[in-house]
Design a protein around this ligand. Structure first.
Ligand code: ADP
Ligand code: MG
Length: 669
């Protein structure tokens, strides 16, 4: 058995199911083993038939005295069986599963798990889980039975059988962690961990098994990023850059604003990297509007002063154009030639000090004389290959990647442990913070009045966001929003002009409503949460969010970012009915915390990683077993990975595993 065999090659049955298995993230045999149960059904109590009582959840084991299909008067089919052991017998009933009489035959020994009911004073089991026992171990009954994430056409029972079959050859699962490491961390041996995570004798065992697998997952990621970091550190720059502090200060003084504290901190860290003998590999993280571009410009200027060129890569043509103009405004007064390279732009060659572009920078005939710095905006939108390719256009160029995704620091340290990290925590001053209040139910009417006043007196506008119902917009959320819209229009704000926006509107209709809102012809825009209200509406100053507890903090933060786009004071009102202390505390955090990264981190601590909005799209991978909120284990595996790093070559099996991981990695290296 080779666990790396793709499922479609492993058996014909799998071939049929391949598409469905993909839904569960199962592509090769090994993935079955990593398909971890999310709970266990406790069928471990095996009872004598003579002793069982109604209401118990038990497993009985006995001989099938009879089994047959019977029709009810309503032409429904039932399967009735009588099962006995030495102590008594029991009636079993299933509904409409005629195939059972083909699977379970008279004389078979069966194991049945379920809840016991009472039928005219006699115990009876209705639709129990069943299996025919051929001498061997039971899988689906008489034990802690694993329950798996399922998908259409793939049941837990089916998965259980596949895992069981694979585990029969668990002796072939190679241990790849060093013995000392296993001992010191009291880890369960790998083969045993796989067995016990699926088929534990008790819940403690399941926990230990899961811990071992979580350890491996995080440990490998940490190790992979440390290895990348090490190889990056081996790259040496022949002549490190010199930082002309005076000129750079001059540039900063020329800016029409003062830098924020975290902008200053970030650019200083960057300049330090630039003057070092190793190329920079830094991630600059900051909310939309936190001012990443100007930080990049300082780096570009410093590089220019050393006679090197920079490349600035953006994911879309619109963004590239926008950056081109910004960078030109900032830097051409200081003598830099700024060029543009997109799919449609013409001037790709010629002399330039900084070239701004899309993927065209990678593939087109842009040639550099001496590329010293690459800046990548929204790095997760570019593949490993593209990033490698553009780096190849220079001799160990410095790399600065930027993202507005609120990646919690702990996740960044695990995933991108090879990168240095700068976070822009504070927003440029002058822009007023969006005042945020958690509004208790008793103040709801007061809040509506207050909104009315603001809208009428100050001629400002408001968003009202309906509860978050499903990740993708469906009819339920559209209906809910429509209902709320009607209620607000007729009962609360009859004198104001309201608009409704949801994802089921045609593009033209959406644009029309947004346009009206922008032109001030709508006072209050009622919207579902999934609608991207991305356009700038400086006159909108109020964001009201219903059932705020349903949202993640990052999500709420993103919604809040829709207002506060002018120098007017803006407000975010969070409505909730929740009385749960933890929930209220979580939401209250928005009253004082204004950094996306910090909020994401808090979300992770309080709600777990699945809750960070759209994590997958944003380049944070789904872990198979471990959790990004397991800070202790993240720390521990990091220390262990550090310890082993210099001796990694002694453990070829481990190295191979880590290399496999790196080849599909998501890090900017
Ligand atoms: P992002 O981090 O989203 O890329 P930008 O770099 O586009 O943000 O900056 C958003 C806006 O804020 C730009 O108009 C920029 O000139 C301005 N800006 C940047 N830093 C500051 C600052 N310290 N004070 C005031 N405005 C700033
Ligand atoms: Mg930007």
């Amino acid at each position: 058995m080779n666990l790396q065999t793709p499922v479609i090659k492993a058996s014909r049955a799998y071939k049929m199911y391949a598409r469905r298995l993909e839904n569960l993230g199962i592509y090769k045999l090994e993935d079955f083993l990593y398909h971890i149960p999310f709970r266990y059904e406790d069928y471990s109590l095996i009872s004598d038939i003579g002793k069982i009582q109604a209401g118990e959840t038990v497993t009985v084991r006995g001989k099938v005295e009879s089994i047959k299909n019977v029709y009810t008067r309503g032409h429904k089919m039932l399967e009735r069986a009588l099962v006995s052991d030495k102590t008594g017998n029991i009636n079993i009933l299933w509904f409409n599963q005629p195939f059972l009489t083909k699977i379970i035959k008279q004389g078979d020994t069966v194991s049945l798990s379920g809840t016991v009911e009472s039928e005219r004073g006699k115990p009876q089991m209705i639709s129990p889980d069943y299996e025919v026992v051929y001498g061997g171990k039971a899988i689906h009954t008489g034990r802690l039975v694993p329950v798996y994430p399922e998908t259409k056409g793939i049941s837990s029972k089916w998965l259980r059988r596949q895992v069981f079959k694979l585990l029969e050859e668990k002796d072939q699962i190679r241990e790849y962690l060093p013995e000392d490491l296993i001992k010191e961390n009291k880890l369960m041996p790998l083969g045993e961990a796989f067995e016990k995570v699926h088929f534990p004798d008790n819940l403690d065992q399941a926990t230990n098994a899961r811990e071992r697998l979580s350890f491996d997952e995080l440990f490998e990621m940490q190790l992979a990023s440390l290895i990348r970091k090490k190889s990056w550190q081996k790259k040496v720059i022949k002549t490190p850059m010199k930082i002309d502090t005076q000129k750079i200060d001059g540039f900063i003084r020329s800016l029409p604003f003062a830098l924020t504290n975290s902008q200053v901190e970030a650019y200083k860290q960057i300049l330090e990297n630039l003057s070092s003998e190793n190329p920079m590999n830094r991630l600059l993280e900051g909310d939309v509007g936190s001012g990443k571009t100007v930080v990049a410009c300082i780096a570009i200027y410093a590089v220019f002063l050393n006679g090197f060129q920079s490349a600035f890569m953006a994911p879309t043509e619109i963004l590239a154009n926008q950056h081109f103009n910004t960078i030109k405004d900032f830097l051409s007064p200081f003598g830099l030639q700024v060029a543009l390279a997109t799919g449609t732009s013409k001037s790709k060659t010629g002399k330039f000090d900084v070239i701004v572009g899309t993927h065209a920078l990678v593939y087109d005939k842009v040639t550099f004389d001496n590329l010293g710095l690459i800046v990548i905006d929204e790095q997760q939108r570019f593949g490993v290959e593209q990033r490698a390719k553009i780096r190849g256009k220079g001799d160990n160029p410095h790399l600065l990647t930027m993202t507005a995704t609120p990646i919690p620091r702990t996740v960044a340290l695990t995933m991108y442990g090879d990168l240095d990290l700068s976070i822009l925590k504070d927003m440029p001053t002058g822009r007023k913070q969006v005042k945020t209040w958690l509004v208790p139910p008793v103040k709801r009417d007061g809040a509506y009045d207050w909104i009315k006043q603001n809208v009428i007196k100050n001629k400002e506008q408001a968003f009202i966001v309906c509860p978050f119902i499903e990740e993708s917009e469906n009819m339920i959320s559209v209906k809910a929003a429509t209902k709320e819209f009607e209620r607000l229009k007729t009962q609360i704000f009859p004198t104001l002009r309201l608009g409704l926006l949801h994802g089921k509107l045609k593009t033209g209709e959406k644009d029309e409503i947004l346009d009206k809102f922008k032109r001030g012809q709508i006072d209050i825009l009622v919207s579902t949460p999934v609608v991207e209200v991305g356009i700038d509406i400086p006159n909108a100053t109020i964001m009201l969010i219903e059932e705020a507890e349903r949202f993640g903090l990052s999500q709420l933060h993103q919604l809040r970012g829709r207002v506060g786009r002018s120098d007017k004071q803006s407000y975010c009102l969070l409505f909730t009915q929740s009385k749960n202390d933890v929930t209220l505390k979580r939401l209250k955090a928005l009253e004082t915390i204004y950094s996306g990264a910090e909020l994401a981190e808090l979300d992770l601590k309080l709600r777990g990683p699945g809750q960070i909005y759209g994590t997958v799209q944003h380049g944070i991978p789904r872990l198979k077993v471990a959790s990004f909120s397991d800070f202790e284990l993240i720390e521990k595996t990091r220390i262990e990975a550090q310890k082993i790093l210099d001796n990694i070559n002694k453990y070829p099996a481990l190295l191979e595993k880590v290399n496999n991981l790196s080849s599909k990695d998501v890090s900017p290296d």
